[in-house]
Design a protein. Structure first.
Lengths: 443, 467
C-alpha cells in the first residue's frame, strides 16, 4: 500500500511544480504488487514477483500542458524531473482549453481507498505454497478423460493495487483493491490428430469468493466442443452471442461515445446524443457504485465523481463521455472520461441465458469466441472471425468455425432481440448473452 | 561497458554476487538492466499543444532451472534491492539442463545509429515538423477534415549479465511517427492511418518523409470513398508487397516460435525438416536490417542479433529460439529471446519477419493470372490461433480482381484461412520484396517492436468475408 511518506512526497511534488511556475498540477501515484505462479501441464513452470511504483504528473504552465511519468521516486530525482518537465511544457503551443476540472465535480468520498470494499486484507496472508496449490488444483491435467490434452498453460496471480490522486486545487482521493485471478489455455487433439485450443478464466477481488477449480476443465470442454467444426453455409442467421465474449460488441459503442472520438469525427455515433438509434429493448447502464463488485470506483482519472446513470436508455443515447478538456473544447457538458462499470440489463425480462435465447431464436449461430476482426470507427462497419455452434430448434447441432460475421454496429443494435442476465460478475463490463436477428455470416 | 554499469550504480563484483545468489535456486541466472526515456509530442487541431516524457528504470533478475523460470524485478538498482530480487527469483524448483553460451554470431555490428541524437532535439523544431506534415496532407487533399499526428521517440540503455560471466550492452533508439486523418466527402467519412518507425536518430524527420506520409494518407482516396464490401466466399487473393507481411508474422511466424513448439501447441511442432510450401520460398526472421524497427544488436538475453532462416526452399529448417528452447532442442539460440521491458522475462519473439523475393514475375503478372479474386492493398491487423493455425486479417483497402484486372474497390472486410494451408496454397511469389516500416507491435503476452515484409504473393482459396 502507498505509505504516508509516499503521500507526503506526492504533495511535495505539487509544491515543486508551483516553484517551477506551474499554475496547476495533478499527481497520480500508483503502487502495485503482483505474485504469479504459472503452470505447464500440471507442473509449476514460472514464479514471479512484481512490485511497481509510478508517478504521473500533469503540468499546466503558462497556458500550456504536458504529461509526464517516472518510476524513480526519490526527492532529488523528482525535483529535477519536474524542473525539466516544466521546461518542456514551455516549448509547447498554448492551449486555452486545458485546465483542471471544476472542483465542485471532484470526488470527496474516497479518502481511505477502501470505500468500495474491493480490498481484501486476506491478500497479505496468502503464502507461496497457497499460490502453488491454487494454481495446480485449477489445472485439468490428470482430470481429463475424453480428449488428449496436448498442452495446458495456467496462470494464477494475486495482486494489490493502490492509486492516490491529488492536485493543486485540493483534490485528494484514493482507490485500493486486491485481485485474485486465474486463466488457462489448453490445446487438445481429436482422434485424427487435429488440434483445438480454448481458454477460460475467473477473477475476484476477494479470496473467499475466488474459485478457479473448474477453469481447466471448462477450457477443455470448450475446446472439445469444437471437434469437427467447419463453416456453416454463408447467409443471414439469428445470432446468440455468449456472455463470455459479448462485450466485444459493446466496447466499440463505448469508444464511439467518447468525446475524443466525437470531436475528431472519428466516431459512428457523432450526433447521436438524445436520438433513438437502437432497438427499444437495448439499454446500457453505468453502475460504478456497487460496493464490493469488480470494476466499481468512485472517481475517474481526473478525480471527478463517477456517475450512476444510463448510457443508452431504451435505444436512445443519453450522453457522451466528456472529460474537462473536451468539455472546454467542444462546449459539451462534462461527464466522466469513460464508462466505469457498464451493465446491459436483461430484456424483455430477467432470468434469460444463452439457452433460453437460443430457444427464443429457434435457429441460428451461437458465437462463443472471436478470432480477429476490426471495426471502422468512422462508419461502424465491422467484420469479425467467429467460432461457436450452429443451433436448430433452440439446440446446438454442430460446431462451426472459420466464419466471418459482418455488418454495421448501428444496424446490428437495431436488430437486437433480447438479452440475458447471465453476465460474468468477474468482468468489468457486465454484458450478458445477447440475441440479434439477420446477421450476415460467411464461411 | 564500465560506464554503462555506472548508469545503474552497480559494479562488476556486485553483479557477480547477485548472480551467485540467484544460482542457489537454479542453473542459470541473468540480469537485465534498463533505462528507457520515452518522449512524445501530439499534434491535434492544427497545433502541438500536448507532449511529455516518461522515465522507466529498473532491473529484472531471472533464474532458470531447466525450463522453469523464476523472475523478479526491482525499480531500485542498489545492491540490497537487487539481492532481495535475486532471492525472490530463485524460488523456482525443477530439473536441470545445461545452457550454452549461444554466441552463434560473434561481435555483432550495431544495426542502428543516431546521426542526430534525439536527446539533443529542439522540441519546437520537432513540433514544427509535425505542423508541416499536416500542411502537406491538407495541400495534397482538400477533403481533409481532421489530422492527429504523434511523434514519439525513445532511447533505451540496456546492460545484460549472466551466469556465464557474459556482459553485454545495447543502446536502442526508436523514432516513430503515426498519423490518423479523417477525410469527408458529402456525408461520407473516410479514415486513414499511416506510420513510420525506425531505429535511428531524428535524421528520419526529413522533408521526404513528410511527402511519403502525406502521399500514403491521401492517395487513392476516390477509390476509398467508392469502396464497397464484396460478396463473400472462397477466392484467390493477391497480397501487395510490404505490409501484407503481417500474414507471415501472424499466420506462420508465431507458429515457428519455439516455445509453442516445445509445448506441443504449434501446428508445426512435428514438421521440422519437412516441406511446408512450394520450392523457392524462403522465410526469414532478421535482427540485422539496418535501422529497422525489429532490428537488435543483441536480443534481451544477450545473444547477438542475427538473420534466421525459418523456411529454406520450402522446407521448415528452424524455429525461433530463446535460451530455454535452444537448450531443450539442443541447438544454438537464434537471438529471439525478447521482452517488453525489465518487468518481463524474455520469451521467443519475432524481429523483422519477411519472405524473400520469388521468381514468378511482377505484381501485374499475379493479378493478370486471376479470373476472380481480391487484391489486398492494406491490412489493418490480424490474429491467429496457434493450435489450429486459423487466422483472420482485416483488410483496410483492396480491389476485386475480375478476369485479370482490378475493378471495384473494396474495404473493411476480413480474410480468414489456416496458416499451414495458406502457406501451402501460395502459388506465385513476385520479385518485389518490400519491408514495411510501419509501427508494428506484437502483443504475444508482452508488447515488442517488430516489422514485417513480403513480396506480392498469390494465394488460392482463402475465405473473404462480405455481404
Amino acid at each position: 500500500m502507498i505509505t504516508k511518506e509516499e503521500i507526503q512526497l506526492a504533495r511535495e511534488c505539487i509544491d515543486f511544480a508551483r516553484m517551477e511556475g506551474a499554475s496547476a498540477a495533478r499527481i497520480t501515484l500508483t503502487k502495485s504488487i503482483e505474485n504469479l505462479v504459472a503452470t505447464l501441464n500440471g507442473e509449476v513452470d514460472k514464479v514471479t514477483r512484481c512490485a511497481d511504483r509510478s508517478m504521473s504528473i500533469a503540468l499546466f504552465v503558462d497556458g500550456r500542458y504536458g504529461a509526464f511519468s517516472i518510476n524513480k521516486l526519490d526527492r532529488t530525482t523528482l525535483k529535477d524531473f519536474i524542473h525539466r518537465a516544466a521546461a518542456t511544457v514551455r516549448m509547447l503551443t498554448p492551449d486555452e482549453f486545458r485546465s483542471l476540472p471544476d472542483p465542485a465535480r471532484y470526488c470527496t468520498s474516497a479518502r481511505t481507498g477502501l470505500e468500495m470494499g474491493l480490498y481484501d486484507v486476506n491478500w497479505e496472508t496468502v503464502e507461496p505454497a497457497d499460490r502453488t496449490r491454487m494454481a495446480l488444483n485449477a489445472a485439468a491435467t490428470g482430470r481429463v478423460k475424453d480428449a488428449r490434452l496436448v498442452s495446458e498453460e495456467g496462470e494464477y496471480s494475486d495482486s494489490e493495487y493502490d492509486v492516490y490522486l491529488i492536485d493543486s486545487q485540493g483534490l485528494e482521493c484514493r482507490h485500493s483493491e486486491t485481485s485474485f485471478d486465474y486463466g488457462v489455455e489448453v490445446t487438445i487433439e481429436d482422434e485424427s490428430g487435429n488440434k483445438y485450443s480454448d481458454y477460460w478464466w475467473t477473477a475476484s477481488p476477494r479470496l473467499a469468493d475466488f474459485d478457479p477449480s473448474d477453469c481447466g476443465l471448462t477450457a477443455v470442454k470448450r475446446a472439445s466442443g469444437q471437434f469437427g467444426a467447419e463453416p456453416a453455409p454463408s447467409g443471414r442467421y439469428n445470432m446468440v452471442i455468449g456472455a463470455e465474449v459479448s462485450s466485444r460488441l459493446v466496447t466499440p459503442m463505448l469508444n464511439a461515445l467518447n468525446a475524443n472520438s466525437i470531436q475528431q469525427g472519428n466516431s459512428f455515433l457523432v450526433g447521436s446524443e438524445g436520438k433513438q438509434l437502437f432497438a427499444k429493448g437495448f439499454s446500457l447502464l453505468d453502475e460504478p457504485w456497487r460496493e464490493g463488485e469488480t470494476g466499481s470506483k468512485l472517481f475517474d482519472s481526473e478525480g471527478v465523481c463517477t456517475v450512476q446513470a444510463p448510457i443508452v436508455k431504451e435505444g436512445v443515447v443519453q450522453h457522451y463521455f466528456v472529460n474537462s478538456y473536451m468539455a472546454a473544447k467542444t462546449g459539451m457538458a462534462p461527464t466522466t472520461d469513460d464508462a466505469s462499470r457498464p451493465r446491459l440489463p436483461g430484456w424483455p425480462r430477467d432470468g434469460l441465458d444463452r439457452n433460453s435465447l437460443m430457444k427464443m431464436c429457434g435457429n441460428g449461430i451461437l458465437v462463443t469466441d472471436f478470432n480477429g476482426g476490426n471495426c471502422n470507427m468512422t462508419t461502424g462497419d465491422f467484420s469479425y472471425g467467429i467460432s461457436g455452434q450452429l443451433f436448430e430448434n433452440g439446440k446446438p447441432v454442430r460446431p462451426v468455425h472459420g466464419m466471418l460475421m459482418t455488418g454495421n454496429f448501428l444496424k446490428l443494435w437495431k436488430s437486437f432481440l433480447a438479452s440475458g442476465t447471465d453476465f460474468r460478475p468477474c468482468a468489468t463490463k457486465l454484458i450478458p448473452s445477447l440475441a440479434f436477428s439477420n446477421v450476415d455470416f460467411s464461411g | 561497458m564500465k560506464d554503462r554499469l555506472e548508469t545503474f550504480g552497480v559494479s562488476r563484483e556486485q553483479i557477480r554476487t547477485i548472480v551467485a545468489e540467484g544460482l542457489k535456486g537454479g542453473n542459470w541466472c541473468d540480469l537485465y538492466f534498463e533505462q528507457t526515456v520515452y518522449n512524445d509530442l501530439l499534434l491535434r487541431d492544427g497545433v502541438v499543444a500536448s507532449g511529455g516524457f516518461h522515465l522507466d528504470y529498473g532491473c529484472g533478475i531471472r533464474v532458470l532451472n531447466g525450463e522453469k523460470t523464476g523472475y523478479a524485478y526491482s525499480e531500485s538498482t542498489d545492491f540490497t534491492s537487487l539481492m532481495d530480487a535475486a532471492r525472490a527469483a530463485r524460488s523456482i524448483a525443477g530439473r536441470s539442463s545445461a545452457f550454452g553460451r549461444g554466441n552463434a554470431v560473434a561481435a555483432p555490428s550495431r544495426p542502428y545509429s543516431e546521426q542526430l541524437a534525439w536527446s539533443d532535439a529542439d522540441k519546437k523544431q520537432l513540433s514544427k515538423w509535425l505542423e508541416q506534415l499536416e500542411t502537406a496532407v491538407r495541400r495534397r487533399e482538400p477533403r481533409t477534415q481532421k489530422v492527429i499526428a504523434m511523434l514519439s521517440w525513445s532511447e533505451s540503455d540496456i546492460v545484460m549479465y549472466n551466469s556465464l560471466d557474459e556482459l553485454s550492452s545495447d543502446s536502442r533508439p526508436l523514432g516513430s511517427v503515426s498519423m490518423t486523418v479523417i477525410f469527408c466527402q458529402g456525408n461520407q467519412t473516410e479514415q486513414r492511418s499511416v506510420s513510420r518507425s525506425l531505429r535511428c536518430g531524428r535524421e528520419m524527420l526529413c522533408q521526404s518523409l513528410i511527402e511519403e506520409l502525406a502521399s500514403d494518407a491521401a492517395d487513392g482516396l476516390d477509390d476509398s470513398f467508392a469502396a464497397r464490401r464484396p460478396r463473400g466466399g472462397q477466392m484467390s487473393v493477391v497480397m501487395a508487397a510490404g505490409a501484407s507481411g503481417i500474414l507471415l508474422h501472424e499466420a506462420m511466424g508465431h507458429a515457428f516460435e519455439a516455445d509453442f513448439n516445445r509445448k506441443g501447441q504449434s501446428i508445426f511442432c512435428d514438421k521440422m525438416g519437412q516441406r511446408i510450401c512450394k520450392r523457392g520460398i524462403n522465410i526469414i526472421d532478421d535482427a540485422t536490417v539496418p535501422g529497422n524497427r525489429g532490428s537488435l544488436q543483441y536480443d534481451d538475453e544477450g545473444v547477438p542479433g542475427q538473420k534466421t532462416y525459418m523456411v529454406e526452399d520450402g522446407i521448415l529448417t528452424s524455429y525461433l529460439h530463446d535460451r530455454i528452447s535452444a537448450a531443450f532442442y539442443g541447438v544454438e539460440p537464434t537471438g529471439n529471446g525478447r521482452r517488453e521491458s525489465f518487468r518481463y522475462n524474455p520469451i521467443p519473439r519475432m524481429r523483422t519477419t519477411y519472405m524473400e523475393s520469388g521468381s514468378d514475375g511482377t505484381l501485374q503478372d499475379l493479378i493478370a493470372s486471376v479470373r476472380k479474386g481480391v487484391y489486398v492493398d492494406k491490412f489493418a491487423n490480424g490474429e491467429v490461433r496457434i493450435g489450429e493455425g486459423d487466422f483472420t486479417f482485416y483488410v483496410n483497402r483492396g480491389y476485386l480482381i475480375e478476369n485479370g484486372r482490378l475493378t471495384q474497390p473494396v474495404k473493411d472486410i476480413n480474410i480468414i484461412g489456416n496458416g499451414p494451408q495458406a502457406l501451402a496454397d501460395i502459388v506465385a511469389v513476385a520479385s518485389d520484396l518490400k519491408i514495411d516500416d510501419g509501427t508494428w507491435t506484437c502483443g504475444k503476452e508482452q508488447s515488442v517492436a517488430v516489422s514485417c515484409g513480403i513480396p506480392s504473393v498469390l494465394i488460392k482459396n482463402l475465405t473473404v468475408g462480405g455481404e
